[in-house]
Write a protein that binds this ligand. Structure first.
Ligand code: MN3
Length: 237
């Protein structure tokens, strides 16, 4: 389980996390920590296969964590919350945008999924989705379509801003908190649509991967992020 959730730690605050990670230490000896996945590599099968998860976590995510640490350390900004770093990312070298985004995005993404996920959102999040998209089914279709249409490598997002939910996409490792993206907002749900996230299992069929994703969405975590946004709307925009 998560011994120390760098992420969200730094990027957000501990209060929008599942209780298991809420009390974790986020940084050790001035470094951002790469926490364990909150489940085993094969726990999301058959929707996401073990080898993909293992490579994604041990190679791609590890590289972002190490590079982000090194560059942020060199720039002397390691003690700043990741959310602050991302929100003014245009003033830093592109490697902060790429690896700081990569680190934060994946930290979120791992928690967006769970072996007991799937099903439907509940509570206030469900109500907000119904208000802003007509129905959960409509939302799912729009989000899937957006994810399908990301050119090349990037991410699909559900974000909150000005009290509303919106779907957006970003290129490469950009995060909606960044001051360089077209549509900024607080990330509620995200999906990695880089080929490394699905190519082994789904080959080029990104749509199959997107369909599979809905079976493992951790709506509890997603709803918690929405609740956190609502409570802190004045600060978060
Ligand atoms: Mn990835």
């Amino acid at each position: 389980m998560l011994g120390a959730a760098g992420l969200i730690a730094s990027s957000f605050t501990s209060r929008d996390l599942p209780s298991g990670i809420r009390n974790a230490r986020f940084r050790r000896k001035g470094k951002i920590i790469q926490p364990d996945l909150p489940y085993a590599f094969d726990a999301l099968e058959p929707y996401i296969d073990r080898v993909t998860m293992e490579l994604h976590y041990t190679k791609h995510f590890t590289a972002h964590t190490q590079e982000f640490n090194e560059i942020a350390g060199r720039l002397g900004i390691m003690q700043q919350p990741a959310r602050k770093i991302l929100s003014e990312v245009s003033k830093y070298p592109g490697s902060i945008r790429y690896h700081g985004g990569g680190y934060t995005n994946h930290m979120l993404f791992w928690h967006m999924m769970s072996p007991t996920g799937g099903g439907q959102p509940a509570g206030d999040l469900r109500e907000a989705i119904n208000n802003d998209f007509g129905s959960v089914e409509n939302f799912r279709e729009e989000f899937s379509e957006a994810a399908k249409n990301v050119f090349g490598s990037g991410w699909a997002w559900l974000i909150a801003g000005n009290g509303r939910l919106r779907i957006t996409t970003t290129q490469n490792q950009d995060n909606p908190l960044m001051d360089v993206v077209d549509e900024r907002g607080y990330p509620i749900l995200c999906l990695d649509v880089w080929e490394h996230a699905y190519y082994l299992n789904n080959r080029n069929r990104r749509v199959d991967y997107i369909s599979a994703f809905w079976h493992v969405v951790n709506w509890e975590f997603v709803a918690r992020r929405y609740d956190f946004y609502k409570k802190n709307m004045t600060k978060l925009g």
